[in-house]
Structures are given as structure tokens and as C-alpha cells.
Design a binder for this molecule. Sequence first.
Ligand SMILES: [Zn+2]
Length: 234
Amino acid sequence: MKIHPREVVVGILIVIGIGFDKQWWTIPREWNPWQPLRISDPLTPVTQWKLERLEDDRAACLAVLASLPDDALRYTPLADYTPVAGCPLSNVVRVQRSGVTFNRSFVASCPLTVAWTLYERHRLQPTAREIFDQSVTHVQHYGSFACRNIYHRENARRSEHAAAEALDIAAFRLANGQRIEVFEDWGDDDAEGAFLKQAQQGACEIFGTVLGPDYNAAHANHFHFGMRGFSFCR
Ligand SMILES: [Zn+2]
């Protein structure tokens, strides 16, 4: 009897399918798009996809936030509302603090809040420990919500800030009191410059849009971490 190559392929596929079903082998949850996101999971290219799915699933998104201890995130879920005519907000929370304190609380979409906590745990703090042997304790931001179009232009599309889907980060403070500012330290050939570069690179693995001083003059003094797009990093 002659076995056709196509029958071999079909046979292999069936065995693989049964294998997954019987859990002879499993995909690690951080690589499995159908497994819910956990903050403690290592980052993979699938992480951004999982974050995007949380945009339409408030319950699942809030469950991720609720899984965090109080010292990793303090927040208040907000009912959908329209703070400024033309910019309704949905699926948002008010963030009081995360593992770091902020200059002031801010309204953020739930997925942006998840993205920030992922970033802090998996990229920001490890970078600070690696370069300074310190943790970041405080972050200065320039806000998350602004009812406007990009570049304040009338005919441009709505900014990510109009939906509270982006956070502008200006500076970091370390446990020893040292302050690192995007405006002052970006591009410097020293530890602060290296920290900022690495802090931005790390954000690109999580946020959909990451902009900094190299993008344009409007970002000379802050990083823009936004949820739209996929690894747009400048
Ligand atoms: Zn921004």
C-alpha cells in the first residue's frame, strides 16, 4: 500500500490536535493568546495582543487590576462619563499610584493601566536596578486625558489622549533621591542617558505607540506611551 504524503501531513496534524486537547504538551500561557493576561507572566509578542483584547472586555480588564496587591496599584474604577463634550470616556479608572507614586492621580483607560503595571514590573524597575542598583519610586507625568486632536490641529484625528489611552512621562525619581528627566538627560552619554534610552525601548514591547525626543520637538520633554497601534516606536 502506498501512503500519500498528504495523508502523512493530515495524520501529523491530527496527532498535534489531539496532543493539545489531551494536554500532552501545552503552550506557555504567556504565548497562548487564549489564556488571560497576568501581570506576572513574562512579556512576549503575544502580550500586546492580549492587551488589545482587554479594550473591549472591561470585566476581564478590571479582573487583571483587581489581581494586583495594594502596593502595586491603587485605583478607582470609574463609570463611563464625558468630562468634556466630544470626548466621552469608557472603560476607565483613576490611578492613584502603582508601585511608584505620581505627581498627581490620573484617569486612564483600563488597558493603559494594565500596560503601565506590566511596564513598571518587567521593564522600568529592572532597568533602574541594572543601571543604578536602585528602584524607581516616583514618576512625574504630564497627564493622560486631553480632549484634543493630535498636534492640536483642527482637521487631524483624535489624539490617544482624548480617550485617556496615553500617558506622558516627564521624569523618574530613584529611591536614593536621584532625578532623571527626559528633557535634561535624553541623549546624554552617561548612566541617565542610558537609562532613558532603555526605559523607552522597554516600553515599545508593551505600548502600541511610544514617542520620545527623537520623534519631534513636541516630545522633547516627555515620553508618550499610548495604546493604539502595534510597536510604533520613535
Ligand atoms: Zn502624549
